[in-house]
Ligand binder design. Structure first.
Ligand SMILES: O=C(O)c1cccc(C(=O)CC[C@H]2O[C@@H](n3cnc4c(=O)[nH]cnc43)[C@H](O)[C@@H]2O)c1
Length: 218
């Protein structure tokens, strides 16, 4: 039986970019999850429940902010793990994640083999690609202070977006492996809407998806 992959994007423009990259490759379905972790988790879980065991892999794909010196605008980040970066509690000693509080986890791993194979394939093709942690936040970072705090809290963080952890939670609920692929449209830091390169990021997202089928187990 042929493999089936579910790719969730937040918005239509991302879905179109992914579909252009896949260019009719069989076995892929691309659906819109909505913006934010709650919409992403609910939409993904609903899609997986409707499919009744039809999928082998769930992917969160879209644009993202890149952390300075790790993921420049136009580059691709393939998540090694998805981290719910603000899921926890403020304490007098600082932020305590749900892991530390004993209420589950705020880190869900990506399929390590597929993630590293995809990042390698992209680099071989001459694309700037990095494999590292991707943060999921409900609030887009808009200051240098928050960017620095997140980078210190999660050493090695490569990018931040708003859906990955929600998609990953749904995949985990259904016992399926997860992947997150992000094209960088802006730097994580002070808000500067004029500096966003959404067109460049969508072009990079399209290009990255042309390599997805070849790195998946058959
Ligand atoms: O209004 C702003 O300052 C602002 C800055 C960056 C992104 C937004 C969005 O509303 C886009 C949200 C959408 O795109 C993904 N995304 C892209 N860049 C980032 C980011 O730096 N931090 C978090 N999410 C980002 C996200 O996954 C959403 O789907 C607004």
């Amino acid at each position: 039986m042929t493999r089936k992959i579910l790719i969730m994007t937040a918005v239509e423009a991302e879905k179109e970019a992914v579909l252009r990259g896949l260019s009719g490759e069989p076995g892929f379905e691309v659906a819109i999850a909505g913006v934010g972790p709650a919409a992403a988790a609910a939409s993904t879980a609903a899609a997986l429940a409707r499919a009744d065991g039809r999928y082998d892999l769930v992917v969160s794909a879209g644009i993202a902010g890149g952390f300075a010196d790790v993921a420049p605008i136009g580059s691709i980040v393939v998540a090694s793990e998805s981290i719910a970066a603000d899921l926890g509690a403020e304490t007098p000693e600082g932020f305590a994640s749900v892991d530390k509080l004993g209420f589950g986890t705020n880190r869900l791993p990506a399929d390590a083999e597929i993630a590293s194979r995809l990042a390698e394939a992209l680099r071989r093709a001459g694309m700037p690609a990095h494999c590292g942690p991707v943060l999921t936040l409900s609030t887009v970072t808009g200051s240098a202070a928050t960017a620095e705090a997140l980078a210190a809290r999660y050493p090695g963080a490569a990018a931040e977006a708003m859906e990955g952890f929600g998609v990953a939670e749904a995949a985990r609920l259904f016992g399926l492996p997860f992947l997150e692929v992000r094209a960088i449209s802006n730097a994580v830091g002070p808000r500067d809407r004029d500096a966003w390169k959404i067109g460049d990021a969508l072009a990079a997202l399209e290009a990255a998806n042309t390599y997805l089928a070849e790195v998946l187990p058959s």
